[in-house]
Design a protein around this ligand. Structure first.
Ligand code: 5GP
Ligand code: ZN
Length: 114
């Protein structure tokens, strides 16, 4: 989609530190990491948020989760655990309107989301 930063990362119009990818998903380092390890995993097609997940595209969510597991199994720094985060909409703190899963870890994480 035009004017979407993450679509531009998918088509390599904007540079990103890509960690792994499948035919449907791409994982890259967050530009403003909140922990020692912080990557984003996104579908290659533009889906606005979790609200738009439906029976026609649910397989893309599976793909994201499987890619995350592939990464976490081969990344020592998150062998003690990690957190998956999906922020949705204004109240959910979503700042980029292209569905993304945060994979965060590499240190003990605090829990005070609200
Ligand atoms: P949200 O707040 O929408 O859940 O997460 C958006 C994330 O995208 C933020 O953690 C932010 O640091 C990251 N981000 C925003 N723009 C870019 C960019 O151009 N490149 C990369 N690698 N990450 C970005
Ligand atoms: Zn997009």
């Amino acid at each position: 989609m035009k004017n979407c930063i993450f679509c531009k990362i998918v088509c390599k119009e904007i540079k990103a530190d890509i960690v792994a990818e499948t035919n449907n998903s791409i994982a890259f380092k967050d530009i403003n990491p909140q922990a020692k390890f912080h990557i984003l995993i996104i579908p290659k097609i533009h889906i606005k948020s979790t609200v738009d997940i439906c029976q026609h595209n649910i397989h893309l969510l599976s793909d994201i989760i499987l890619l995350s597991n592939q990464i976490s199994k081969s990344t020592k720094i998150i062998s003690n655990g990690y957190r998956w985060v999906f922020n949705t909409g204004k109240d959910g703190g979503q700042t980029v309107d292209h569905l993304h899963m945060h994979l965060i870890g590499g240190q003990p994480l605090n829990w005070s989301p609200a």
